[in-house]
Write a protein that binds this ligand. Structure first.
Ligand code: FMN
Length: 191
């Protein structure tokens, strides 16, 4: 299929869909939650996870102060939490209260863990670096929460039981009704 080539990257949306994570933070005085589509596993050992956060976000300030953050993965039925926490700033008031976001009682690092999340990582801030208009925050994952019913024995997600919230850009989300999952053997070294 012939492709068009343009200079630059336009509106940064052609690599979507992306699994949305709700980044939660807490300091002694405040807590916050924001939707993030730009995040990634970085290392198995130690377990490092990164998220890209613009310096104008309230989450940016709280993360630097509290030096910890959590990533909450929500099912597609709860995608509205992404639109809610990604729409307004925590500077205008507590989003947990405003949107009725219930929290787990248990947290290893005293972070807000969403009851609606099917899985969550609790991270201690490891390091951070400015890239353009965003900050890449790297956290060491010290605790993981997950619903055991929704993962198999290898901890692979069971898509027949739960669908992640997938973001398409421009406030659009994907609501697949069915997935086709295939196992594909990796290439082996040539003999
Ligand atoms: C689906 C979605 C994904 C987003 N991804 C990011 C992201 O990866 N990084 C970022 O800095 N902001 C991202 N945002 C924007 C923030 O979530 C939004 O600005 C939020 O209101 C910030 O809240 P805060 O000021 O309370 O931290 C995203 C928003 C949405 C709706």
């Amino acid at each position: 299929m012939p492709k068009t080539m343009m200079s630059g990257v336009g509106k940064f949306s052609r690599h979507y869909p992306a699994n949305v994570a709700i980044v939660t933070t807490r300091t002694e005085k405040e807590q916050d939650a924001m939707a993030a589509a730009w995040h990634s596993t970085i290392s198995f050992s130690p377990p490092l996870y990164g998220v890209s956060i613009a310096s104008k976000r309230h989450t940016y300030d709280l993360l630097l102060e509290g030096k910890k953050f959590a990533l909450n993965f929500i099912p597609k039925e709860k995608a509205m939490i992404s639109a809610q926490t990604g729409g307004v700033s925590g500077r205008e008031g507590d989003k947990f209260e405003r949107f009725g976001l219930a929290l787990e009682e248990e947290s290893g690092l005293d972070l807000p863990i969403l009851k609606d999340a099917y899985a969550a990582y609790e991270c201690k801030l490891h390091s951070h670096h400015t890239f353009g208009d965003h900050e890449w925050f790297v956290g060491e994952v010290l605790f993981t929460h997950f619903d055991g019913e929704l993962f198999d024995e290898r901890q692979m997600i069971r898509l027949e039981k739960v669908s992640p919230t997938l973001y398409l850009g421009f406030d659009h989300y994907l609501f697949p009704t069915q997935y086709e999952v295939k196992h594909l053997e990796r290439a082996k070294p040539a003999e």
